[in-house]
Ligand binder design. Structure first.
Ligand SMILES: [Zn+2]
Length: 443
């Protein structure tokens, strides 16, 4: 392991979140007057979420003509800072400040698309990062969708040399993952050379309301297809346990385990496994007290299945009582909600459930991708002292440190590592020892 191995490998990066304010300015400079900033309700949405009146054309013009005054204003309008923190809606609209340009560039021509990707990758190279797995979803269908993914893959491949490796992961939308998955397989069949760069699949976008069990069939299909195509392996990474106000904390912890049991190789975030339950329920009135009856039933089935291991970790599993609850719940209508307030004992047992799942993940070899700043700014983590990273680090689970959306947050992999060193008892050496070389978790 080289001393720099932690700062030169980023395994959780969204391509469209990799553009820093100066990249946005450079990309936008030739085209900002042509972009329809009203498209898809961008200006209205941005202004409502940020309580402001955004004038993108004026911001670009001023930043280009008078950078000393104009650039800080431009940057403030784009970067999701600590002051904006905790608000996913603000994040989304600031992120869309870039994606308005990104969408325009992709529709314009191949050269513009290639130039945009190159801009982000070159920025990573200048930072000394040497291995990045980029995630980027595309829109459209059929040949048009495959064309975009092919351009992205080939542009990333062209950026690779002895000093730098870029890989591409395709995110599958949770509300309908099949068409995107089929498009990826078709693309690899038509263009087998892309398989060297296009190396995996992600499940991203809204997590709430989309339990891992919904994806059992597609996971099985992907595993089968991987077995049948040794030269075109598509392992799966999976965002989970990041936003989980739709359910109990037991269920949020369980979802992380279920995603791993389905065969996800790495899990994005898993805040639910590291955030203290007392802190989690304190984030909103009645937080995590209500969930769908289906979730409670799934939880009971899970507790019965893992009764032995849960008990060994100190969790009470009263099988008779669980079966009685099961009997009464199955009479309820789908869509009904059960409410269960928290007691100190229940909160304590959730801590033990977190330990249980962290040990299960360790045995499965599953990796957690921890993104400190992202969790603070958009993951509902209240402060550094209560960051999930503390519990994750104290556990034996495989862990890597990543940036998620480095440009949108104006952070770097190196600054994330500094954050950990500053806010935990680890120093650079002990932290590097705890994590080991992250490249062993590359797809
Ligand atoms: Zn992410």
């Amino acid at each position: 392991m080289t001393p720099n191995s932690l700062t030169d490998c980023d395994l959780h990066v969204h391509l469209a979140g990799s553009f820093y304010a100066d990249d946005l300015l450079a990309i936008g400079a030739p085209i900002f007057r042509e972009v329809d900033w009203n498209a898809r309700g961008f200006l209205d949405g941005y202004n409502a979420a940020l309580n402001t009146t955004l004038n993108p054309v004026q911001l670009f013009a001023e930043a280009l003509e008078n950078p000393k005054i104009g650039f800080p204003k431009f940057k403030a309008a784009y970067v999701l800072s600590a002051e904006d923190g905790g608000d996913f809606d603000k994040f989304l609209w600031k992120y869309r400040f870039f994606t308005q340009l990104w969408g325009f560039g992709w529709e314009r021509d191949r050269e513009t698309a290639v130039a945009m990707i190159t801009q982000a990758v070159e920025h990573h190279k200048r930072q000394g990062v040497r291995y990045v797995e980029y995630r980027s979803g595309f829109w459209g269908e059929g040949a048009e969708l495959r064309r975009k993914m092919q351009i992205c893959t080939e542009t990333l491949a062209a950026e690779c040399d002895e000093q730098f490796t870029a890989r591409y992961i395709v995110p599958l939308p949770r509300d309908d993952p099949w068409p995107m998955y089929q498009a990826v397989r078709q693309l690899l069949t038509e263009q087998p050379h892309l398989a060297q760069t296009l190396v995996g699949l992600d499940f991203a976008t809204y997590e709430e309301g989309q339990p891992p069990k919904l994806f059992r069939n597609i996971f099985h299909q992907i595993h089968r297809d991987n077995a049948a195509n040794p030269a075109q392996q598509l392992p799966i990474v999976y965002h989970v346990g990041e936003t989980f106000f739709d359910k109990s904390l037991e269920s949020a912890v369980r979802w992380c385990h279920e995603a791993a049991l389905l065969g996800a190789k790495r899990l994005g975030h898993c805040i639910a496994l590291g955030l203290d339950p007392a802190m989690a329920v304190g984030r909103r009135p009645q937080a995590h007290e209500a969930e769908l009856v289906s979730e409670r039933l799934d939880q009971i089935a899970y507790d019965l299945r893992f009764a032995k291991g849960l008990r060994q970790t100190g969790v009470t599993v009263d099988e008779q009582q669980l079966r009685a609850e099961q009997q009464s719940l199955v009479k309820m209508v789908e869509g009904d909600v059960v409410e269960r307030p928290y007691t100190p004992q229940r909160l304590q047992e959730i801590r033990q459930r977190q330990d249980f799942v962290l040990h299960q993940l360790t045995q499965l070899g599953t990796v957690i991708e921890c993104c400190p700043t992202s969790n603070l700014r958009i993951g509902g983590v209240p402060d550094a002292a209560h960051h999930p990273v503390h519990k994750l680090l104290a556990s034996p689970v495989n862990l890597c440190l990543c940036t998620d959306d480095p440009g949108t947050f104006d952070i770097t992999l190196a600054s994330e590592i500094e954050w950990v060193v500053q806010h935990t008892s680890f120093n650079h050496n002990t932290f590097a020892q705890r994590l080991g070389n992250p490249r062993r978790f590359a797809l």
